[in-house]
Design a protein around this ligand. Structure first.
Ligand SMILES: O=c1ccn([C@@H]2O[C@H](COP(=O)(O)OP(=O)(O)O[C@H]3O[C@H](CO)[C@@H](O)[C@H](O)[C@H]3O)[C@@H](O)[C@H]2O)c(=O)[nH]1
Length: 513
């Protein structure tokens, strides 16, 4: 039924699902239950991986058909059991841009997550004991069932007591360490702050992990640790490409933490470190509910372009037009933040009990594709339908002509690759840009700065008109008090089901069933 495919799966009721499909899904559910029973699920480590896989399969069904799976007699029973087998982890800096997107992926995969964040670079909770607005949005995205698995600690990653508190109560399976300062320019003005938070925080965290007997950590590193490519022949950058020759305290702090982690692995043979080198993370969650909300004038290209498109800035300064690239502007490996977040979930596989790989291992997370400044601007014009005036200026000090990676190692070891392209990145960023302009957007402390930097007033009509055009949002979605319903552009039921079946077959092979 062609019409049926147009309805988002999430909002379809049982009676709207084709009877044959329904029957197939029910049979699959029965099989999962049988398989699960055989596992004698407990909190024992060896059962965690198999349990997680089953959970994964179930989640895709629950997520696709919440309206009717909620009524199945064994749903609550299964949920209870799965609560007992999911992994627990701590995410530092989980309220920030990449952190919040990763928390969505972790919760959706069934993990229990404790976030520790001092909210120094995101809006803090509105009340004592509350959670930051970015994580409230995360809860809306994942729904009430998964939201319960999120805990928040307002704390400082350099403070041992705060860390012990975050690690407290239940044993944690793994840590994902995002917390850190990240502005290249600022790092030259305040190098000591960068070393205190980035190095000091990482050392404090490793010590807290030792106290809590946690041996798995994923670290947010950066492409900036690589030596700048002198010629195009130095590209793409692989994990073996030379590092060092860094030009600022931010880059040095990332490289130092990599070295600290590698040393810690030498000293403790149980430690497992997955070091992820991000290329240029951009975009936002497809719901438009979470994204990057930089303070002040954005340093980075995509947030700047987005603010020009919405009228907050008059034009984009294009830094340099005489690079040795096809159009003279700098080229980067932009990666959608949701792909990046999924990369963290994939990295968690290295911690599975029966396949656990110990020691320090680095992975590039990028698409392997270079995009120039002018190409990105063009894609953003297409996504937004807005003019984006550009002015060519001098090169920015410290910028390189090109930077892109070879992401093959992550594909080989982690079974991960980026699937979203530059137009997806622009579309989702544009969607989030609208939301953050709305009264229901993130509560930020830079609203005054925003007002004064408005290059032109945007009328409500203008916003409404653009929203109706191609941003995928309808005009009733910017209600100030009630947050908009999520509209996922999920695949139709049939393809979800097939994906699920493929997964089931491959996991059967994996377990020799
Ligand atoms: O207003 C602007 C901003 C940027 N650019 C250009 O856009 C490209 C991308 O710049 P930007 O978005 O600032 O990213 P990078 O300079 O590549 O740095 C990012 O990517 C690094 C990893 O490669 C991280 O370490 C840094 O923290 C992060 O800011 C470069 O060619 C810039 O010259 C402009 O032309 N105009």
């Amino acid at each position: 039924d062609a019409n049926q495919d147009d309805i988002p799966v999430k909002s379809r009721k049982l009676q709207e699902i084709h009877p044959i499909e329904k029957e197939e899904i029910l049979q699959e559910l029965e099989k999962i239950v049988e398989k699960k029973e055989k596992l004698e699920i407990s909190e024992k480590e060896e059962n965690l991986d198999s349990g997680m896989e089953i959970l994964d399969q179930l989640q895709s069904i629950f997520k696709s058909y919440p309206l009717w799976t909620a009524n199945l007699p064994y749903t609550s029973f299964l949920t209870l059991k799965f609560n007992a087998i999911s992994n627990r982890g701590t995410v530092t800096g989980g309220a920030g841009f990449i952190g919040s997107h990763t928390v969505v992926e972790l919760l959706e995969a069934g993990h229990h997550v404790t976030v520790i964040d001092d909210c120094s670079n995101t809006a803090p909770p509105a009340r004592v004991g509350g959670i930051p607005p970015s994580l409230e949005r995360v809860q809306q995205i994942v729904g009430p069932l998964m939201a319960k698995r999120l805990k928040f600690v307002l704390g400082d990653v350099t403070d041992p007591q705060d860390l012990d508190f975050a690690f407290g109560l239940k044993k944690k399976h793994a840590v994902i360490h995002f917390a850190g300062l990240k502005a290249v320019g600022e790092s030259k003005e305040k190098p000591l702050s960068y070393y205190r938070v980035n190095q000091g925080g990482s050392v404090a965290l490793l010590e807290a992990m030792e106290r809590a007997n946690c041996t798995n950590i994923i670290f947010s590193s950066s492409a900036t640790v690589y030596q700048p490519a002198k010629t195009i022949d130095d590209l793409p950058l692989s994990e073996d490409s030379p590092t060092g020759g860094t030009t600022n305290p931010y880059a040095r702090s990332k490289l130092h933490v990599e070295e600290i982690l590698a040393d810690a692995c030498v000293a403790n043979s149980n430690l497992s470190v997955v070091n992820l080198r991000y290329f240029n993370p951009v975009g936002a969650h497809e719901s438009g509910l979470i994204g990057e909300d930089p303070r002040g004038i954005p340093n980075n290209l995509m947030p700047y372009v987005s603010q020009v498109a919405i009228g907050r800035r008059p034009h984009l300064n294009v830094f340099g037009s005489d690079y040795q690239t096809h159009d003279g502007t700098g080229m980067r490996d932009y990666i959608h933040v949701v792909d990046l977040a999924k990369g963290h979930l994939a990295a968690m596989r290295r911690f599975n009990s029966h396949t656990k790989s110990r020691g320090f291992e680095s992975y590039n997370l990028g698409t392997g594709q270079g995009t120039s400044v002018l190409e990105l601007v063009k894609a953003f014009r297409e996504a937004s339908g807005k003019e984006i005036p550009t002015v060519f200026t001098e090169r920015r000090a410290g910028d390189v002509a090109w930077l892109w990676c070879a992401p093959n190692k992550a594909l080989k070891d982690l079974d991960w690759k980026a699937t979203r392209d530059i137009s997806d990145m622009c579309r989702d960023m544009w969607r989030f840009q609208f939301r953050s302009m709305n009264p229901s957007g993130y509560v930020t402390d830079n609203s005054e700065e925003r007002e004064s930097n408005m290059s032109s007033e945007i009328s409500d009509d203008d916003l409404d008109e653009s929203k109706r055009s191609d941003s995928g949002l309808s005009s009733d979605e910017d209600n100030a008090t009630i947050l908009p319903k999520l509209k996922f552009t999920m695949s139709p039921a049939k393809s979800i089901f097939h994906r699920y079946l493929n997964k089931l077959t491959s996991s059967k092979k994996h377990h020799g069933l």
